[in-house]
Design a protein around this ligand. Structure first.
Ligand code: BGC
Length: 448
């Protein structure tokens, strides 16, 4: 058993406990049960003041994710609310969503959870989520947020979620030191990409990083699909349950490119966590990497700076588009006894100052239209400004839960993954399989 006690930096309790080698100091103190006894013996009431506690379930466990979560937790502690961490490891929330569902079903719902995309509406419909109408009204969320962010958190004239940051998925990272040493120019189109990849390979550097984890494969696939098409087609494919769209030549071309890029990924493509790829990238073992810009946060936490050691570009063919996912927190109603603390978290996390601070660490960009682009690095500025052009350039990520329900996402992802791993599966066979799944899950006959 553990007790997590949040102590304000500078407080008596913090000063007395900080030098104790048996207590692991983070921005908060998390220690075994003896910390309570210790606190008592030091004559300090836990938390120094009667702090309220919020149990927060999320999947941020890499260094930068942890640091970004801590930034919010620290601000919350200043308002006497303790963030009790219930982090579940696994990139893209693969494990966390399962844990969240099982906790809710067994009556042990957290107070706050990371829940993304259309899931918000489904959970709100079930009456599980606290309405945050008061916070939203007082803080003018309707005008402060980008319109698509505002509509994402709204359900039938109520506010159901707290948006934290916008991630751009169609991001190509390149290692500036490696590029400079080899005299390479960052690729703007696929022909350039092939030329650069070839040079990197000859120099003994893996041209393109990739893990065989299903979500990382689908993250690349959805980016390639956008590169072959546009946001309108992307939405038709992933959001309208159109089985016919899966036979479109743009899908075949994206699948073809997914397979052909394998030759630049190093042999064999193995299952690696995204943050371990970030470490390889930082060590100069990799030239390029297509990943959501949470990777920027991780590279920064490892001491690399944007436009110094690395830079980012939109993936070829997607410069005008924004393939996005929005991190959102929902507040679970429970028996309404944490409402005030939950509202504090909602207000703090979306305040102009926290939006800058948190997103700078996390690698995402502010959900606010009044953010100052001069305070952003070049990756963030390009992301924020492109997103700001509106819905016609925005493509909601399938893999990161913005486009469809879990079931359809998992079904499509499993087929793309299979196709990626097994070169004997024909492109047309994958298209046929996915179209059949879409038909079955949408529960209707084939389109004429
Ligand atoms: C989330 C990010 C997270 C990433 C890797 C995405 O689905 O939106 O916040 O950093 O997964 O775990």
């Amino acid at each position: 058993m553990q007790c997590n006690v949040y102590l304000q930096k500078g407080s008596d309790a913090y000063a007395k406990l900080a030098p104790n080698p048996r207590i692991h100091m983070h921005s908060y103190i998390r220690a075994p049960l003896f910390c309570l006894i210790l606190l008592a013996s030091l004559g300090i009431a836990a938390g120094a003041r009667a702090a309220e506690t919020l149990d927060v379930l999320h999947w941020w466990t890499s260094q930068s994710e942890r640091k970004a979560a801590d930034a919010i937790a620290e601000a919350l502690a200043d308002e006497d609310v303790t963030w009790r961490d219930a982090a579940i490891a696994g990139g893209a929330g693969v494990g966390a969503m399962k844990v969240l569902k099982s906790r809710v079903l067994s009556g042990r719902a957290p107070d706050v959870a990371q829940l993304i995309g259309p899931n918000i509406q489904e959970w709100a419909d079930l009456g599980l989520l606290l309405e945050l109408d008061g916070v939203a009204r007082k803080n003018n969320w309707n005008t402060a947020f980008f319109p698509s962010i505002w509509s994402l958190v709204r359900l039938r004239s109520h506010t159901a979620a707290v948006p934290l940051g916008i991630h751009r998925i169609n991001t190509l990272f390149y290692n500036r030191r490696v590029f400079n040493e080899l005299g390479l120019t960052p690729p703007k189109n696929w022909n350039d990409f092939e030329r650069v990849a070839n040079r990197l390979q000859h120099a003994g550097i893996t041209p393109l990083a990739q893990s065989s984890e299903a979500w990382q494969v689908t993250t690349l696939f959805e980016t390639l699909l956008l590169s072959e098409s546009n946001p309108a087609f992307y939405r038709q494919l992933f959001m309208s349950n159109s089985d016919r769209a899966w036979f479109d030549p743009r899908v075949s071309r994206a699948l073809e490119r997914l397979r052909s890029l394998k030759r630049w990924m190093g042999e064999p493509v193995t299952e690696k966590s995204w943050d371990s790829i970030a470490r390889q990238f930082a060590h100069g073992e990799i030239g390029m990497w297509v990943m959501g810009d949470w990777a920027k946060g991780e590279l920064q936490t490892m001491g690399m700076n944007v436009d110094d050691q690395f830079s980012c570009l939109p993936v070829p063919g997607t410069a005008d588009y924004h393939l996005y996912s929005v991190d959102t927190f929902v507040m679970l109603v429970g028996d309404y006894d944490h409402e005030i603390a939950q509202e504090k978290l909602a207000r703090l996390a979306t305040s102009p100052a926290m939006q800058i601070h948190y997103n700078q660490i996390k690698g995402s960009v502010s959900v606010r239209r009044d953010a100052d682009p001069r305070q952003m690095d070049s990756c963030a500025r390009s992301s924020w400004q492109t997103f700001g052009r509106g819905a016609q350039v925005q493509a909601p990520s399938l893999t990161h839960r913005m486009a469809s329900n879990e079931q359809l996402k998992d079904a499509i992802s499993a087929q793309i993954h299979r196709y990626f791993l097994d070169d004997t599966i024909a492109i047309s066979e994958t298209q046929r399989r996915i179209a059949a799944l879409v038909r079955a899950l949408a529960n209707r006959k084939a389109e004429p």
